[in-house]
Design a protein around this ligand. Structure first.
Ligand SMILES: [Zn+2]
Length: 453
């Protein structure tokens, strides 16, 4: 057996033992661990005397500490040596040594510290439409989690300064396969493998805890529902409150057009389709881009329609265009999305920046609805062109933040240019607004005709 090495540095003790690194984790022989930590070998196993007297008995399946048996996940024999998960052994060590032992995944060694863990509990709970991982801090501690959605099948959350000894792995639920808790000297890492039932995630960061929510894909939420009913629609009146949106001809503000059109559209859809319609705002107030999508997701909406007005330096530019979420192909598409995304600047300090990383996964969600969003955009564009005299600028695509967070077919309508004299005049007319509403409703009806079953 190789020599054991001891270090002592800045209150940390390092203990190296032979290690086998495998895809599912690091494995070390329990006997060499107990020997390296100075336990006495007895006829029936090992004897720990640091904290109190603990009889340690190792068998193929786990470890017995006095009368308590702990099952080891994935233990195995190799060349007549029994190996167990290093994280499992650090959990065992914490129960028998002075201080806390952690396995450092990067450096492949145990480190021991006398400091109390900064995290007091980690738990996973299925709350219906999502699975929540709650991490609570010790008194007076505040940590900053950093999410890294490295791939759709693996979410990694780093917690610098986070130390927790109780669990090394949590059973999964729904879209979460499991939660693997691993340490390095600088803190804790939560590895969260996801299955295809995951539809994105968000992090809520509070002073005493943080929560990682993994959202369930709709089909996972309603496995028994074969029929598809499209009768819950979210209408999003762009901008509002301190965010006027585009300001155009005669100081016409975009937010003052989007609201009356949204209100009229709600009335029409409820009356003619019997649909339930939810507005993201029904008065002149500010709503963040993230909250607009969240309102739709929480309601489990079937469609999301965001209403906006266009703007251009070129005062001759006019007409209507409808967008779905996809990479922009032209400078114009890019500039329209950049203009609308600027609304995020009004969100100031209150923006939950950690949530923005969720967009990477969210883009994949809108991919799931790409074809349907594209069709919805086409039907709405056709409808408005048929019912109004606005110029037809066609269906377009770009990366709008407000659409990214939506787990349903979602489109953004640019109903005309506030910067164009004639469009601006028309947009303010009640009867033209009614025509736009009629056109959008026609488009939605066509979508329902094609997709409802
Ligand atoms: Zn806008």
């Amino acid at each position: 057996m190789p020599d054991m090495i001891f270090f002592l540095l800045a209150g940390l003790t390092y203990v190296s033992v032979p290690c086998l690194s495998m895809e599912r984790g690091d494995f070390v022989p329990p006997d060499s661990v107990f020997s390296a930590f100075g336990m006495e070998r007895s006829e029936s196993g090992w004897l720990a005397t640091q904290l109190k007297e603990v009889r340690i008995k190792v068998d193929d399946g786990g470890i017995k500490l006095n009368d308590n048996y702990y099952r080891a996940p994935d233990s195995f024999w190799k060349d007549d040596v029994l190996y167990m998960s290093a994280e499992f052994l650090s959990f065992i060590l914490c129960k028998v040594i002075k201080g806390y032992a952690y396995w450092d995944r990067n450096k492949k060694r145990f480190f021991v510290t006398g400091d109390d863990p900064t995290i007091t509990s980690i738990s996973l709970e299925d709350i219906g439409d999502s699975v929540c991982l709650t991490v609570k801090y010790a008194h007076g501690v505040h940590l900053k989690p950093q999410a890294d959605p490295s791939s759709p099948s693996l979410l990694t959350v780093g917690v610098p300064g986070g130390f927790y000894w109780k669990a090394f792995r949590l059973e999964g639920s729904g879209p979460v396969k499991e939660v693997v808790i691993a340490h390095t000297e600088s803190g804790l890492t939560l590895r969260i493998p996801l299955n295809e039932g995951a539809a994105g995630f968000g992090i809520q960061d509070r002073s005493d805890l943080f929560v990682v929510s993994v959202y369930k894909a709709k089909k996972l939420r309603e496995p028994q529902q074969k029929r598809r009913k499209i009768d819950l629609i979210v209408i999003d009146a762009g901008h509002g409150g301190k965010d006027p949106g585009a300001v155009g001809h005669n100081d016409l503000q975009e937010k003052d057009i989007t609201l009356p059109v949204a209100l009229a559209l709600k009335r029409k859809l409820e009356k003619e389709l019997g649909a339930k319609v939810i507005l993201t705002r029904n008065d002149d107030r500010f709503v963040t881009l993230g909250d607009r999508a969240r309102i739709a997701n929480r309601a489990g909406a079937d469609l999301f329609i965001s209403l906006h007005c266009n703007w251009s330096k070129n005062k001759d530019a006019c007409g209507v265009e409808t967008y779905f979420l996809a990479a922009a192909r032209t400078d114009w598409e890019r500039s329209v999305a950049a203009f609308e995304n600027k609304a995020i600047e009004y969100e100031g300090e209150s923006v939950d920046k950690s949530d923005t990383v969720g967009y990477i996964l969210s883009d994949m969600i809108q991919n799931e609805y790409l074809k349907e969003s594209q069709d919805l955009a086409a039907f709405i564009q056709e409808g408005i062109v048929a019912t109004t005299n606005f110029e037809n600028r066609g269906v377009k695509q770009a990366g709008f933040y407000v659409l990214r967070g939506c787990y349903m077919p979602a489109v953004l309508v640019e109903m005309g240019f506030v910067s164009n004299k004639l469009d601006a005049k028309n947009l303010q007319k009640k009867e033209v607004q009614e025509d736009i509403v009629k056109g959008i409703a026609q488009g939605i009806k066509e979508f329902i005709r094609r997709y409802e079953r």
